[in-house]
Design a binder for this molecule. Structure first.
Ligand SMILES: Nc1ncnc2c1ncn2[C@@H]1O[C@H](COP(=O)(O)OP(=O)(O)OP(=O)(O)O)[C@@H](O)[C@H]1O
Ligand SMILES: Nc1ncnc2c1ncn2[C@@H]1O[C@H](COP(=O)(O)OP(=O)(O)OP(=O)(O)O)[C@@H](O)[C@H]1O
Ligand SMILES: [Mg+2]
Ligand SMILES: [Mg+2]
Lengths: 264, 264
């Protein structure tokens, strides 16, 4: 099994999905075989990359025809992960989410070892991929715990704003608990700044603050992802920004991030 | 009991906290007695408005000295809501959150009527406030369900981007279920566009799309909240933007929203 990177932060809207989609594409472009796993009931990675989106193949009564087709069935109904993976191109594949994930905690909440279901699912595809990226929902609930328990490392997107900074200590506490009880090998790949606006004095202050606070304890990636209108445009065009506008500064930033992550 | 407005959207980062803080201040400035309730374990409303933030009064061992002091104790330990409310100024008060909320689902998950705990807590302060605003976390779990069950109406901040649009139908489904089973009076006050950048063609397209999709079914507030650097600056200064820079276009937008909500 290669690297499994959970992209997590309970702070909403910091760019977990955007990081999963674009880092995934950039790693694939560097020759890595990449699997994206969408663990968010909002299905945003699936909406962006799965042809036809989360509702593709929905048959009568709303039940998906390709019922074997999402991470929900793999977690809650014993379907093998290999049977839900959709190949997007030569080196990029996706295990899509569905809205049913909203009910997964109720469904598997009392299952013994419920925190380790994803870890065991990933064994099934271990040989097929070099890197697995897990897009987490904005919470520290069962789905994120499953991701942390299955991961070799966690990557934390943040914005340079106090709210996303405040939540960092809560997230790191949870990572510590998961490492102690469920996954001793879990390490923190690092924190990556997203939506950075270098003309904002406030953001510069927070960037300095992050450098000081993390110094010596956790890695802060050198690559900073800029705020760029191309990001929502690319998502609208159902593409990563790395494919949508490869020469743009934000695409270049993701390629640099892939380089940094590649050497991790 | 006056109006209880749940500010909810499971999409992360759309501006639930920013709306709670600023709409609250604008309603108070119009003479309404306002209670803000922070239901998010991230404590962002509390971080912004409580003097000293969520960790204020933390004694030895991290347990808060003013233990009666947060919504966690009210929900999970039977403390009366009146004993956790902090008066911020003449017409604005806050029931602060604490990080302990992270464990509240485990703590009260098996309590009979667990979805209605907040509704019953609010009865205690019903006579003291004209409007209660509930800042929800980015999920549709127990805390948000408690908010919807306690609310007279729900206000949904969205950004003009596909991800936040896609989640709208999931949220409205949940509202429908809560209305049927827990709170027949729950109505949708409306959807409010936040972080709007009128120079972005993509956002204009989504605004048009929202108008068309919601037409005749749900109310879309006429007031649109612009993207503005003053918002994170005000939060940094521990103030609402309505107090921080009252003449700014974003402060004016919140005053207009308060007018619209006031006539709701
Ligand atoms: N670098 C960027 N430049 C411009 N917009 C961005 C950037 N990164 C993210 N966004 C936008 O910010 C919003 C939030 O990003 P995204 O949905 O990826 O965050 P998230 O952390 O996955 O959110 P959630 O917490 O809901 O899962 C989206 O509308 C996205 O298009
Ligand atoms: N109108 C605005 N102009 C500029 N920035 C804004 C605006 N509204 C919100 N923001 C910024 O966007 C970020 C997300 O806003 P906020 O935290 O209020 O959203 P939220 O929905 O409460 O997030 P969460 O889902 O994590 O609870 C914050 O950094 C905030 O400062
Ligand atoms: Mg996401
Ligand atoms: Mg919030």
């Amino acid at each position: 099994m290669g690297r499994v990177i959970a992209i997590a932060n309970q702070k909403g809207g910091v760019g977990k999905t955007t990081t999963a989609v674009n880092l995934g594409a950039a790693l694939a472009d560097r020759g890595q075989r990449v699997l994206l796993v969408d663990l968010d009931p909002q299905c945003n990675t699936t909406l962006t990359l799965l042809p036809g989106g989360p509702d593709a193949g929905r048959g009568d009564g709303g039940r998906s025809i390709a019922r074997a087709g999402t991470i929900y069935e793999a977690l809650a109904e014993g379907v093998a992960l290999r049977d839900v993976v959709v190949r997007l191109d030569e080196r990029l594949a996706l295990a899509p989410a569905s809205r049913d994930l909203l009910g997964v905690e109720r469904r598997i909440g009392d299952e013994p070892g419920r925190d380790l279901l994803l870890r065991d699912l990933l064994v099934d595809v271990g040989e097929d991929f070099d890197v697995v990226l897990l897009d987490c929902p904005p919470s520290l609930g069962l789905l994120t715990v499953n991701a942390l328990a299955a991961a070799t490392e966690v990557l934390v997107p943040v914005e340079c704003q106090e709210y996303s900074y405040f939540g960092l200590s809560q997230l790191l506490d949870t990572v510590g608990v998961v490492r102690k009880r469920l996954n001793t090998a879990l390490r923190i790949a690092g924190v990556v700044v997203n939506r950075y606006d270098r003309t904002s004095p406030l953001q510069r202050q927070w960037l300095d603050h992050l450098h000081r606070e993390l110094a010596g304890q956790h890695h802060l990636f050198g690559t900073i992802i800029p705020q760029s209108r191309r990001v929502p445009r690319a998502a609208q065009a159902r593409q990563s920004v790395v494919r949508y506008d490869p020469a743009s500064s934000v695409a270049t930033a993701y390629k640099n991030l892939a380089l940094e992550v590649g050497h991790g």
